[in-house]
Design a protein around this ligand. Structure first.
Ligand code: ADP
Ligand code: ZN
Length: 732
């Protein structure tokens, strides 16, 4: 290998550009290698980006240490692409590419292990001749002839380390370091499951995917399969095929905690070959998984969007399950990458097959499929002889008339729940609001209780008798006096959340058994899983939940799904509102009738003839697509253009807005006139945690001219600028 005199290094600090360092002679530096370099009088970690024959400055310092960790070259390339496309400095991208424990060079965990070197009879004989402390040690080892960790041994015997060292010196025991595997998978085994015989539709889709895998060239498939059509079985067989060719596979899910059933199916099929990456891994577990993946010991990785950066080598297949899910987009921090799109890019860089799967594909993906850019593989029927549920729209305006006022449940829904309780079947109730009431305001003067730090109203949680902010977590007791007009006990609560639904249900059916699944009831580790299992085991008649219950769950006894008030989400002023409502309804409805029992869905709305509800009730995605894509075309929204959203946040609202205005003016001057630059407006959440937020949107044929300009703008340190390329939401 040719040696190069210099290397460009990106340090792990907020330094926007790479810095040049001399490579010490006689060392084997490689691109992607982690290094320690001197910077302003201290040592910092960094990554070698490229080699150079000549440095950009004179007097370069030399790299201090070449570290054992390295980012594979293809991932580094992907990182550079992300940095460029999503307009994010590379030091921020590196943070995504490597977990902190790996970046900081955490080592493997080693513990001293004590093993007897003599046979049992020999040990027993020796025991008699030894002083008490050594005798205790030998006794303990007679019980554990294979040996013990030193810590365990000392705990068992209450001895100090010194008698063990003495025995080791006399070659009676060995005392040596052992690498401890911080394996996050629990010990209990999983029953291996067998592959299923694919039905005709599955087989056709699988054959297409298989030919891509075998060709070892990049190709993207859109597996468009209705809920329960057996997409997972197709993924599993595609993975099996990839692994059998000695290649590796990556499986992305929107959220690990909400997709435990899919994860379990992967785990039982692939056993020890799989690593499951989730948010709750310890730093040590994350470090160990990363190295096992890097070394090839692990060949299948399952995880949320961050798992996309697993250092798998020889990657043959990437699956993005529920590809439409908003969790794939990073929105709170730069780079604001869309993992689904980056997955396709990663596939391209390493000649892998990519499968995007969904019952309700994003408009972008379906458009790509229709245009032939992606291969469309439809699964239009449910697998295993199950049939799709029937969806009925109930006009809540008529129900309010019958009830002479507001009511949460239609008569039809109550009858449905009652008959399910009688027959031992189960019901799922979906509502996109947690808490008891969604707002509280003074009846006398109309003053609403808002969060002191954010610009939203507080939600009342009856169980805790607290008002809480769903953006920052601020909590306060309900007010007895209105701060504005001083009226007493004038606060009225409005809007119902999941907690309210649960109480109302118990008032109607005193013996009903309910489970509630939302952000309030799932704060603890493993709580989702526990509730899913309880529900599946029939421990409740009704499961009430927010969109957490919409994702990929399989409850064979659920035959009724009630969707309460989806109207609110339709009123969000965002070009994707209709798409999100359609996806949510289809996904929730898809939880019904997934076995031999026929499923029913009741959709309660005050807008019974809204086209989105009509198409969702007909479970007709293509019809929804045809209508929605026309709206996008006429208003020129994605996929017919690209958007870049700029969010400015700062403590001083005037200065923040002014900075946004200044940047907007300069962009108007520099960008071609075909680019549309919207006015500066406060964000939907105009204040979060005392930071005032303003935004403006740029629309154009391509993002490149916009991001090229943005890369050059300096920002005052008191104002944060978040650049969101291809944003999901244009409102919040
Ligand atoms: P999807 O992911 O498309 O919603 P699943 O993969 O969860 O659907 O499949 C729905 C049900 O059908 C599961 O219980 C699964 O075990 C079953 N299933 C899938 N494919 C087959 C098949 N070829 N033969 C029999 N049962 C199948
Ligand atoms: Zn708040």
């Amino acid at each position: 290998m040719a040696t190069h005199p210099y290397a460009a290094v990106v340090v792990d600090l907020a330094v926007p550009k790479s810095l040049d360092y001399a490579i010490p002679p006689d060392t084997q530096a490689e691109i992607g290698m982690r290094v320690k370099v001197p910077l302003r009088g201290r040592m910092v970690h960094g990554t070698i980006l490229e080699f150079k024959e000549k440095p950009e400055v004179k007097n370069t310092s030399s790299i201090d240490t070449l570290l054992p960790e390295s980012i594979p070259v293809d991932l580094l390339k992907l990182g550079l692409w992300i940095s460029n496309y999503y307009c994010s400095p590379f030091f921020k991208v590196i943070k995504q590419l490597m977990p902190p424990s790996v970046r900081q060079g955490m080592t493997e965990k080693q513990q001293l292990f004590v093993k007897p070197l003599l046979s049992r009879p020999e040990l027993a004989k020796l025991c008699l001749t030894k002083p008490a402390a050594q005798r205790d040690i030998i006794d303990a080892l007679l019980q554990a002839p294979k040996g013990l960790l030193l810590t365990e041994l000392l705990e068992k015997t209450g001895a100090t380390k010194s008698p063990v060292t003495t025995l080791a010196k006399q070659n009676i025991v060995s005392l040596a370091p052992l690498t401890i595997d911080r394996n996050p998978l629990d010990e209990h085994d999983f029953f291996p499951t067998k592959t299923k015989i694919l039905n005709h539709e599955q087989q056709t889709a699988y054959d297409q995917i298989l030919s891509s895998i075998d060709s070892k060239t990049f190709q993207t498939h859109l597996l468009f399969g209705v809920t329960g059509s057996g997409k997972t079985e197709v993924y599993l067989q595609a993975i099996e095929q990839t692994l059998s060719q000695g290649r590796t596979a990556l499986f992305l899910v929107p959220e690990i905690a909400l997709t435990s059933q899919t994860t379990e199916r992967l785990r039982s099929r692939f056993q020890e070959k799989v690593a499951i990456l989730h948010h709750r891994l310890s730093a040590g577990q994350r470090r160990d998984s990363w190295h096992k993946i890097r070394s090839g010991e692990i060949s299948l990785v399952v995880g949320p969007r961050s798992a996309l950066f697993s250092p798998l080598q020889n990657l043959g297949l990437i699956v993005v399950d529920e590809e439409h899910d908003t969790a794939y987009k990073q929105t709170d921090e730069m780079p604001c990458y869309q993992a689904r799109d980056v997955a396709v890019m990663r596939g391209k860089l390493c000649n892998a097959t990519v499968i995007l799967g969904s019952a309700t594909p994003s408009l972008e993906s379906y458009t790509n499929a229709l245009a032939g850019k992606y291969h469309l593989n439809p699964l239009m029927e449910r697998a295993d002889n199950a049939s799709l549920p029937s969806v009925e729209i109930v006009n809540m305006k008529l129900e309010y008339g019958k009830a002479q006022g507001f009511t949460l449940f239609s008569e039809k829904l109550l009858d449905g729940i009652k008959s399910r309780i009688a027959s031992g079947e189960q019901t799922l109730l979906f509502l996109n609001r947690r808490g008891f009431n969604t707002s509280s305001s003074c009846e006398a003067c109309g003053e609403a209780v808002t969060c002191p730090h954010c610009s939203i109203t507080l939600t009342y949680h009856k169980g805790d008798n607290l008002l809480s902010c769903h953006l920052c977590g601020h909590e306060t007791r309900p007010l007895t006096e209105c701060p504005s007009c001083k009226a007493h006990d004038s606060f009225k609560f409005k809007g119902a959340g999941t907690e309210h639904v649960e109480r109302a249900l118990h008032a109607i059916f005193p013996d009903i058994r309910t489970l509630r699944l939302d952000a309030d009831t799932t704060k603890h580790k493993g709580s989702h899983d526990k509730m899913f299992k309880q529900f599946r085991a029939g421990k409740a008649d009704v499961l009430i939940g927010t969109q957490m219950i919409a994702k990929g769950l399989h409850f064979p006894s659920v035959t009724l799904v009630g969707i309460l008030n989806p109207d609110l989400s339709l009123h969000i002023p965002d070009f994707r509102a209709a798409e999100h409502v359609f996806q949510l309804i289809t996904q929730v409805a898809g939880r019904s009738g997934r076995s031999q029992l026929r499923g029913e869905v009741i959709l309660q709305t005050t807008l019974p003839s809204h086209p989105v509800f009509l198409k969702a009730a007909a479970l007709d995605y293509p019809a929804f697509y045809t209508e929605e894509i026309e709206a996008r075309r006429s208003f020129q929204f994605p996929p017919f253009c690209h958007l870049v959203k700029l969010i400015f946040s700062g403590e001083d609202p005037t200065a923040t807005e002014k900075h946004a205005q200044t940047l907007r003016s300069s962009l108007i001057q520099k960008l071609p006139s075909t680019y549309e630059i919207n006015p500066v407006i406060p964000c939907g959440y105009a204040k979060i945690k005392n930071q005032f937020r303003f935004q403006f949107l740029i629309k154009g044929a391509s993002t490149r001219p916009i991001t090229d300009l943005l890369k050059t703008v300096p920002s005052p340190s008191s104002i944060k600028l978040l650049i969101d390329v291809d944003p999901l939401s244009t409102y919040f």
